[in-house]
Ligand binder design. Structure first.
Ligand code: 2HG
Ligand code: ZN
Length: 497
């Protein structure tokens, strides 16, 4: 299918399902759905359809399924691995209108303090505000909160800033409603607490990146908000010291609410923006941001633990503690502003990876040299991320488009060599299917392909995303759209000149 050339019969059918205002065919209306937030991933959509409820999603999917037309589900389009960007004229299925927020229910006992059913298109920020208004908290949080949707965070199993304390999105999903490729609605919103009824389809769909079904609603776990919070940023000589500080503070203070790594290049970038309050005279080589929760005395407890750390851990330069809301926000800003500041420098290569603790400091130390060797002397690395779970965001600036595959390969090889995973919380998307092959056993990949073929036999849901092409098979579900694009970003935008 070439851009704009979906079967006219199908377009008329879809328009009848969603109403004329919600089938977008004009190139200028389609354009925002055809490129990701960073500008790296681009493609073409035959049309964009915006259903208003689950029944309309089901009707759209069954019509596409019958005609073998590819469908790319899309939420807030804040994903960073190209997983929601259409190509080859596929139909974009926008879930934006499914933004319903159900009543918050409080459950004084059990593992959760409460729960809420929300539509897939509700933004993460809207769900957070909704929970907060009921005195509770949705514990997934990330800087793109006002645009990212619940459906997108479920599709990618987003981790975010609270992952070290509350787990990733998977841990918050109590139930799901989803639509299979052929239009079958699966309702597992309210499974019994002791659910012994066979396969866990909910577990399968979280993290499936729109390749197995389209999530339409979710029942989410809510937690009690912390009484008091303290935030500290500890400046260190290197990442190894930041890891030691993290361990020391967790031993001393109990589970950390957040534990985030920043490094000099990123801190310098953030500090260069007007009006930013920087705690240190000069950006240190590495810095750890920790957040702790507790009673009224949490600020003093944090300060005391920090004083100990400064004494006892070698390589600690300096530290600042924020307890009131404004100070905490100023410290958090240093971390949260990274992505936006980076985007101002052009199209960035983003590699989200996970390192085991022993290999993490050495990986970061070698990164600059590695990237310059593969990417040229103009390449600049900014690394930061969720240190508490070893998830690092490697951002590379100043890279000519032609150098992207070499840098990608060099960085991800180093991750694998260090015993890490080339795919972190951002998922696999179009960027890393080839790398999945490197770290999953053949039998496991075969099982994943069998699941895909069973749930989406026509291969219409998000083809080319997540699964690598089957060995020697051009015909397998979902892989019919073009050459195997192992390690090659054929969808990327213009790199910086
Ligand atoms: C974050 O942790 C996001 O802030 C974005 O996952 C990371 O921009 C990035 O590389
Ligand atoms: Zn992240």
């Amino acid at each position: 299918v070439t851009p704009g050339s979906l079967p006219t019969g199908l377009l008329a059918d879809l328009e009848a399902v969603v109403g004329p205002g919600h089938l977008l065919q004009d190139p200028s209306l389609r354009a925002p759905y055809e490129v990701d937030w960073t500008g790296r991933w681009r493609g073409s959509a035959g049309a964009v359809v915006r259903p208003g409820d689950t029944a309309e999603v089901a009707a759209v999917l069954s019509r596409c399924h019958d005609r073998g037309v590819s469908v790319v589900p899309q939420g807030g389009n804040t994903g960073l691995v190209g997983g929601a960007v259409p190509r080859d004229g596929a139909l974009v299925l926008s879930l934006a209108r499914l933004d319903h927020l159900g009543a918050v229910h409080t459950r004084p006992d059990g593992g959760a303090a409460g729960e809420v059913v929300v539509g897939a298109g509700a933004s993460l920020g809207a769900v957070q505000d909704h929970a907060r208004a009921a005195g509770l908290r949705y514990p997934v949080d990330l800087a793109a909160r006002d645009t990212a949707t619940i459906g997108g965070t479920i599709a990618t199993d987003a981790g975010g800033l609270g992952v070290v304390r509350h787990g990733a999105t998977r841990a918050q999903v109590l139930g799901l409603e989803a639509v299979l490729a052929d239009g079958t609605v699966l309702d597992r919103l309210h499974p019994p607490l002791a659910d012994g009824l066979g396969y866990d389809l909910r577990g399968l769909l979280v993290g499936s990146e729109g390749t197995l079904a389209v999530v339409t609603r979710a029942r989410l776990r809510l937690v009690r908000p912390p009484d008091h919070l303290g935030v500290a940023v500890v400046a260190t000589e290197h990442v190894a010291a930041a890891l030691q500080v993290q361990r020391h503070l967790a031993d001393r203070l109990g589970p950390l609410e957040a534990s985030e790594l920043m490094t000099r290049a990123g801190l310098s970038l953030v500090a260069a923006a007007p009006g930013v309050r920087t705690p240190f005279a000069a950006p240190p080589p590495a810095a750890l941001l920790v957040e702790v929760a507790g009673d009224r005395g949490v600020g003093e407890a944090l300060s005391a633990a920090i004083a100990e750390v400064v004494e006892e851990v070698r390589g600690v330069h300096d530290a600042v503690v924020g307890t009131d809301a404004a100070d905490r926000a100023a410290l958090w800003h240093l971390r949260e502003a990274h992505t936006e500041r980076l985007a101002e420098g052009g199209v960035v290569l983003k590699l989200d990876v996970v390192l085991p603790e022993p290999g993490l400091p050495g990986f970061v130390e070698d990164l600059d040299g590695l990237v310059r060797d593969a990417g040229g002397s103009d390449a600049e690395v900014v690394v930061f991320g969720h240190l508490g779970v070893g998830d690092l965001h490697v951002n590379v600036l100043g890279l000519a488009t032609g150098r992207v595959p070499a840098v990608e390969a060099a960085v991800l090889e180093a991750v694998v060599a260090a015993g890490g995973s080339p795919c972190g919380e951002h998922g696999v998307g179009r960027q890393k299917p080839g790398w999945l092959e490197r770290v999953r056993a053949p039998g496991e990949l075969a099982a994943m392909r069998a699941v895909k073929a069973a749930l989406d036999p026509g291969g219409v849901l998000n083809p080319g995303v997540l699964l690598p092409p089957a060995p020697g098979a051009g015909s397998l579900a979902g892989q019919q759209e073009g050459p195997a694009d192992h390690l090659v970003e054929d969808q990327q935008g213009q790199g910086p000149p």
